[in-house]
Ligand binder design. Structure first.
Ligand SMILES: [Zn+2]
Ligand SMILES: [Zn+2]
Length: 84
């Protein structure tokens, strides 16, 4: 992966958090995962779309972070429980 550079300081940004889920967990369509980088000079925060850690759920085929359980399957399971 190429190093991310701060556009104002021209130093390499440090990765603070990778695959961070943004947006509501209830609105799956609006949910994106980002890598959060911080500049060690000006402490500016920059966000990039997460490049890694995405997996395809074998059950429903939706894309989600490898760090998290599948939101679609979790919702389906909750609905199944409610219908019992
Ligand atoms: Zn900077
Ligand atoms: Zn799933």
């Amino acid at each position: 992966m190429a190093e991310k550079m701060c556009p104002s300081c021209h130093v390499a940004l440090k990765l603070r958090e990778s695959g961070y889920p943004m947006g509501s967990s209830f609105l799956k369509a609006d949910r994106v995962h980002v890598d959060i980088y911080e500049c060690p000079e000006c402490h500016g925060i920059r966000l990039y779309a997460a490049e890694s850690d995405m997996v395809t759920c074998p059950k429903c085929g939706s894309l989600h972070s490898a760090k998290e359980a599948c939101a679609v399957c979790a919702l389906n399971k909750a609905l199944d429980e409610a219908n019992k």
